[in-house]
Design a protein around this ligand. Structure first.
Ligand code: CA
Length: 656
């Protein structure tokens, strides 16, 4: 006999498009539960995230009724998490408790008193034990990989365990990775045979499958496989009629058996996450290392010692994500006692936009936009005025300017540029533009052959090659992207050489420190740097930035200690969503931006005409459907010929 717990976790990121919700609902969430209803002896542990439940509640209230019905019939066990699907380890304790409480309340509405937690992205951190206990949670679901990382062998992982921290104890259930790769991608009989193979005379032995609900209909090819070809019906039928398999729910198991013993789990997530969270170079090495072990047939033997990075290091890998995260943490403290602001803050903690694995994540501008919108909305309840402090915990201070309409965060140590220009009226951060960077999977030029040809390929097996059309336009930035980045460019360079990063940067201003002082109304920043031509020409760039009611004003003064002919370029990266087909070069004293689905209308006004280089900033990332070449924003570089002295003004105006 083998006890079998079958669970799914369904989630749509906050800020995802309505049609994505609708499609996922029709291809997965709805048919899954409808078929479950047909099999009254089938039982499933389910987790629905808050953003998804809110959408369903509003668009398909009949589904909520179906869930209630299934709970009542004992076919569903509701497992909770943070309401807006935060990675619990990445948010403050107070917020974790509030998030879990919110989803527990929703579960109550469905008729279930939830005691279990689906650990978002299975990001485990020992000190979560205390938070979970305080939230009334008794068990949490993690991966077998967590246990292997603690040194337990696979044959010890067919039971739940206790784990302890600070004198508090909680139960941890390991998810069986083999089942994650079998269900639903391989024929039903493979899962049945695997489960039968685990059966023995220990009545407490169990195997857990708990994975994304989207694998049942949303992932490529799965709708046809799971529903049209009848995989799910066949599976439910086989599971409920097999005499060696005893279908259970988590709570049922705990009412019958006691966990096997006490273990201590290290900070970990599932195996794939340990690859994705590594910096790109090391991720490539990691893949190579795993491949080598597999090639020698040594992987299974040594895999418990094979570990990559940890989830939180996405904040190291993507400084843009780190900045957004630390801004969220800052607001979390600011609005801790402001009930009206809390909901926005909790929404801003939705995990998807903060990282990147096999889904777009941080690469998807509309997901980041949703996070920023909620950060800005939450912060709008308080006003702190201009401040100088280390926003993103990198040891270097930022300048945060604030007036009634805007919040601007300037990094004096990084070119004196504006890294955040948030509009309180629109709830957008104009400066939310992700830099173009190399990812370790960009190098994979051939597809990996499938080990088995029955069933369908899971996302991890989809072979890919970068199309030539993308390769021609692909470039990697050496700098982060911001507003008011100061370039010195040789007069011979072109828009193409510039945007494809094949040009020569003459100055040392972009990512170098500026000195600064606040004055009544704004900040003055300056750097004594240089132009590095045949010899060094000392150069000074000075800019005054002031927030005004409808935007900002920047006054520039550039001076060279001896004459040198170059182009001085001020680059402004804006989070423009509307697709720009091809780069443009033109002369203008005024740039009008119209971006109906993104930042809206904006005007950049100069006190003279300048040559403008304008191009879309496009990143290459992987997603469940293949390659995404995504426009993160548009770069506008205002070019002024300079020889000795130069003074000009830029006015950024928001149009509402
Ligand atoms: Ca900082």
């Amino acid at each position: 006999m083998i006890n079998f717990i079958f669970g799914i976790h369904s989630h749509q990121p906050l800020g995802n498009f309505g049609w994505v919700f609708e499609e996922a609902y029709n291809k997965s969430y709805r048919p899954f539960m409808e078929i479950l209803e047909e099999f009254s002896s089938m039982k499933v542990a389910v987790h629905f995230s808050g953003p998804l439940l809110e959408w369903i509640d509003e668009n398909h209230p009949e589904y909520i009724e179906l869930l209630k019905k299934l709970v009542k019939k004992g076919q569903l066990e509701i497992v909770v998490a943070g309401f807006y699907e935060p990675v619990l380890a990445a948010i403050p304790k107070e917020d974790r408790i509030e998030q879990i409480k919110l989803l527990k309340e929703f579960a109550k509405k469905l008729g279930y008193d939830a005691k279990g937690v689906w650990l978002t992205e299975r990001v485990w951190q020992p000190e979560l034990v205390k938070t979970l206990k305080e939230s009334g949670i008794e068990y949490v679901i993690v991966d077998d990989y967590h246990f292997m990382s603690a040194g337990l062998s696979k044959d010890e992982l067919y039971w739940p365990y206790y784990t302890e921290d600070g004198g508090e104890v909680i139960v941890v259930f390991p998810i069986d990775e083999t089942l994650r790769y079998l269900i639903p991608f391989r024929p039903v009989e493979k899962t049945i045979r695997y489960l039968e193979g685990l059966a023995d005379d220990d009545p407490s032995k169990m195997a857990v499958f708990h994975d994304d609900g989207e694998k049942f209909g949303v992932w490529p090819g799965t709708y046809e496989w799971v529903y049209q070809k009848g995989w799910l019906r066949e599976f439910f039928d086989a599971i409920t009629s097999n005499e060696k398999i005893n279908l259970m729910l988590y709570s049922e198991y705990l009412s019958k058996f006691t966990p096997r013993g006490l273990v201590y789990l290290p900070i970990a997530s599932y195996f794939e996450m340990s690859e994705w969270s590594l910096p790109a170079k090391q991720a490539k090495l990691f893949v190579e290392f795993v491949g080598r072990l597999k090639g020698r047939n040594e992987f299974e033997r040594y895999r418990m010692f094979v570990r990559g990075g940890i989830w939180k290091n996405f904040f190291y890998k993507y400084p843009e994500s780190n900045f957004m995260h630390k801004r969220m943490l800052y607001v979390s403290k600011l609005v801790r006692d402001i009930p009206e602001a809390r909901k926005y803050l909790l929404k801003a903690q939705c995990n998807d936009a903060y990282w990147h694995g096999v889904f777009g994540g941080v690469y998807l501008p509309h997901l980041r936009r949703a996070v920023w919108e909620n950060i800005i909305r939450a912060q709008s309840f308080v006003s702190t005025g201009n401040r100088v402090f280390d926003v993103d915990f990198d040891g270097k201070t930022e300048v945060m300017l604030e007036n009634e309409s805007f919040i601007a965060t300037i990094k004096p140590h990084y070119g004196g540029s504006i890294f955040e220009l948030s509009s309180k009226r629109k709830g957008v951060n104009y400066g939310d533009v992700l830099a173009r960077r190399w990812e370790h999977y960009h190098d994979i030029s051939t597809s990996t052959p499938e080990e088995e040809c029955d069933g369908i390929a899971s996302i991890h097996e989809l072979g890919k090659k970068i199309p030539e059309k993308i390769k021609r336009e692909l470039a990697y930035d050496w700098q982060l992207r911001a507003i008011l980045q100061d370039h010195f460019i040789p007069t011979t360079e072109t828009l193409d050489s510039y945007r494809l990063v094949r040009y020569r940067e003459l100055g040392d201003f972009i990512n170098q420190p500026y000195e600064f002082e606040l004055y009544d109304g704004g900040v003055r920043l300056w750097r004594n740097g240089g132009i590095y031509a045949e010899k060094k020409v000392p150069a000074k760039v000075e800019k005054r930035i002031e927030l005004v009611n409808d935007g900002f004003l920047a006054e520039y003064r550039v001076s060279l200690s001896e004459p040198y002919r170059a182009l001085f370029g001020v680059e402004i990266n804006l989070a423009v969503h509307s697709v720009m087909e091809s780069p443009e070069e033109f002369e203008a004293g005024r740039i009008f931006v119209n971006d109906p689905h993104g930042i809206g209308k904006v005007e950049i006004e100069l006190d003279r005409k300048a040559n403008i280089w304008k191009f879309p900033v496009k990143t290459l990332s992987q997603s469940e459907s293949g390659w995404d070449f995504i426009q993160q924003g548009v770069s506008y570089t205002l070019l002024f010929p300079v020889e000795k002295e130069l003074e000009f003004e830029i006015r950024f105006r928001e149009i509402t």
